[in-house]
Design a protein around this ligand. Structure first.
Ligand SMILES: *Cc1c(COP(=O)(O)O)cnc(C)c1O
Length: 452
């Protein structure tokens, strides 16, 4: 039995992004101004984002048209393939059907260019010259660097220090696209200097790197800030993934019982799951949706659903989300893209409403699952994506145990070709399972902002 590929033509690529806010049974809690505690206005965000993206952030319109210029760039790698992994099914000896959507075919190797290209486009339209951002594993930084090169925008990336050390090739890729990459915390910003004064050997975190990038963008009129996950407009741009998967499954004559994605900030999970959750909310088929996060940074499963800052230096507005506290610095696990203290407000809201469930996995089990997958399919997943692979395999094995056949769909959000050191370390037995520190989380949560 061979693996089967389902492809769409360029004409069948989605023409609009899907905005789940239009179908939610309860509106998303408002974003609050950290000074006044009142809902923020578009004006508050203008120093950081172009108006078009702010409008998308708050839009209640179900479909938002993808500009032609963005769509024609997407066409270089989209529609991405959907596979039915018959060889993995066979290897697991499961009655389940396993489908995966493969986003690793993009130029930078993950789902991130789906939003990077859109964000670069709207910034260019607004006359912006330079974008600042943060990156964990380097997937987002390289995607924005790629998009910046396409639109002639300067890109400055604050890269979490532990990844800067662990992933020199990702840094080299960003620099190849023309971006400048700085290890975070850095001496270039007030936020960075403050952390370094207290912790000279800080491994850094996404929360710290966001503070640095936001500070630099706010200080210069021609510079804006781009975020690779978490925000509503980012999740919106990723919905091309799930929309394509719906059409491809229709070609296969199938519909998933279970949809799975890994979650760092929530964007690839939202990308694959929101179109299916939307269909359910509009009275179409019911599905089980699973968000999988690392046990070392378990915001959805162990965090508090509360208003918190998106960054460590408290420069961002307050959003209601599952959070481990903005001061929490997770262990340096290899799935660097999943080391964020918070979670997308939309994903948090959806989990809170019971429309999706969450689980946490340790890294050793995830790497083992990734290798099982690689042996069957030949694609080596990104360490982040291994969390989704793990859950898909577990669900397929559960089907075998229970003697039921279910259709499982997961998002293979990126390849692991820049993460070979992680695989070398895993195979050499040098990786360990790290527990998050409940004491540190409690400490970080005790600093949550007080909201009336
Ligand atoms: C960035 C990244 C993630 C985590 O971000 P989400 O917004 O949760 O998707 C996961 N996997 C890969 C491959 C990434 O590049």
């Amino acid at each position: 039995m061979e693996t089967v590929k389902y492809t769409l033509t360029e004409e069948q690529m989605p023409t609009a992004w899907y905005n789940i806010q239009a179908d939610l049974p309860q509106a998303l809690p408002p974003v609050l101004h950290p000074g006044t505690g009142k809902p923020i206005t578009p004006d508050d965000l203008l120093p950081l984002f172009p108006l078009a993206l702010i409008e998308q952030e708050v839009s209640q319109q179900r479909w938002i048209e993808i500009p032609d210029a963005v769509r024609s760039i997407y066409c270089q790698w989209r529609p991405t393939p959907l596979y039915r992994s018959r060889r993995l099914e066979q290897a697991l000896d499961t009655p389940a059907k396993i489908y995966y959507k493969y986003e690793g075919v993009s130029p930078s190797g993950s789902h991130k260019p789906n939003t990077a290209v859109a964000q670069a486009y709207y910034n260019k339209q607004a006359g912006v010259k330079k974008l600042t951002t943060e990156t964990g594993a380097g997937q987002w930084g390289s995607s924005l660097a790629f998009a910046g090169a396409l639109f002639g925008l300067e890109v400055l990336v604050y890269m979490v220090n532990v990844s800067y050390q662990q992933k020199p090739y990702r840094r080299a890729l960003m620099e190849s696209y023309g971006a400048r990459v700085v290890a975070s915390p850095s001496n270039e910003t007030q936020a960075g200097r403050k952390i370094l004064a207290e912790y000279p050997n800080s491994t850094g975190s996404l929360g710290i790197a966001i503070s640095e990038a936001v500070e630099m963008a706010a200080a210069d009129e021609q510079t804006k800030y781009a975020l690779g996950s978490v925000l509503n407009h980012v999740l919106l741009h990723q919905t091309v993934i799930g929309q394509e998967a719906l059409a491809q499954l229709e070609l296969a004559g199938d519909y998933p019982d279970i949809v799975i994605g890994c979650t760092g900030g929530g964007s690839n999970f939202a990308g694959i799951a929101f179109p299916f959750i939307g269909a359910k909310l509009r009275g179409e088929r019911d599905i089980q949706v699973i968000a999988v996060e690392p046990a070392a940074c378990p915001s959805l499963t162990r965090g508090k659903y509360a208003y918190d800052f998106g960054d460590t230096a408290h420069l961002t507005p307050l959003t209601k989300m599952h959070t481990l506290g903005s001061g929490f610095v997770p262990e340096g696990i290899h799935a660097g893209g999943l080391r964020y203290h918070g979670m997308a407000p939309l994903v948090s809201h959806i989990v809170n409403l019971g429309l999706a469930e969450s689980r946490a996995e340790y890294q050793l089990g995830c790497f083992a699952a990734g290798l099982t997958f690689a042996k069957a399919e030949g694609i080596l997943p990104a360490p982040e994506a291994n969390h989704a692979v793990k859950a898909a395999i577990d669900e397929a094995l559960r089907c075998k145990e229970e003697g039921v056949s279910k259709t499982i769909l997961f998002n293979l959000c990126g390849h692991g070709h820049f993460d070979m050191q992680a695989y070398i370390d895993y195979q050499a037995g040098r990786l360990v399972d790290t527990e998050y520190s409940a004491t540190e989380v409690a400490m970080a949560l005790s600093g949550l902002p007080v909201v009336e």
